[in-house]
Ligand binder design. Sequence first.
Ligand code: NAP
Length: 345
Amino acid sequence: MVLKIGVIGTGAIGQDHIRRITNTLSGGKIVAVTDVNQEQAKAVVKNQNLDAVIYDDGHELIKSEDVDAVVVTSWGPTHEEFVLAAIQAGKPVFCEKPLATTAEGCKRIVDAEITHGKPLVQVGYMRRYDTGYRALKKVIESGQIGEALMVHCAHRNPTVPDTYTGDMSIVDTFIHEIDVLRWLLNDDYVSVQIVAPRKTSKALEHLQDPIMVLLETKQGVRIDAEVFVNCQYGYDIQCQVVGETGIANLPEPSSVVLRSEAKKSTEILVDWKDRFIDSYDTELQDWINSTLKGEVNGPTAWDGYVAAVTSDACLEAKKSGNIVPISLGERPDFYYKTLTAAGKL
Ligand code: NAP
């Protein structure tokens, strides 16, 4: 059986996902696309040689009988309305992050999905599909390093454009750590503080860079995370988990070890897309496979909600310098049941 997919938003990541579904993955076919920029949608259909209908807007695409499942890759502020419409139509939906731009918006989606009664939503937090993070989680869960006590991590980009704002260091950059670290530890956050070290001279005037995010989890694990988006030297993601009896590090991306001119060296990636390219493939293949089985296997709408609540607390902590509590409320039984059934808890 082939999953007939409609894509809303044919910008950068929409085009990438269309290409991977069409050329690399199996079990899915792009049958419909739409974008506010209709010329762009037409160009994508032509350039990628798609046999797909171009819809005037996302709501028409969602309603179409030819569309089994929806991929939302439009501009962030439009995600909520399209995900809600997909739930209303009873159609599975893969939504790029953010699920919605506010915690209230994410909660509306959670409530709508629970009312619908069947999980339909997966959020595009692809780091959970990275082989390195998966290997690290396996080690933690094996008990080889005892209980996790502390996590040290870093998210470093070489540079960011002039349009990058201070809030983006949380909502666009650190958001990936917010999701992957709680998945890694199988834990939730209870508080956050953000401190600012000496500012790099390489950052634009308006931007405090780097920042240090200090999180505490329910189990009492302390996380320190450096977010440094003008580090100059490369795109570098680090994560070290300190346990009771050992330490586990996120593996480095594989790279040739070069011995030359009296030096031993390995390259460091520069582009974030290269670092996580394989995880996007694995993520969408898993979404197609689980959707065909009527399941949601990856990050749920609840995970999207938790990311939004945590990122709001981070923004408040960044502004105030205070330790800000993170209150999630109880995870609804609906998500326990579906995740337990899928062997995810
Ligand atoms: P982008 O290149 O700006 O693409 C967004 C596209 O959506 C644009 O073509 C935009 O058209 C279109 N659009 C806006 N409103 C729409 C609507 N109402 N209906 C249909 N299309 C609409 O941005 P992007 O980089 O692809 O990012 C898209 C989303 O993916 C963002 O939420 C971003 O955070 C997320 N993302 C996630 C990752 C990840 O690592 N998981 C990586 C990259 C991006 P106009 O250009 O005409 O406004």
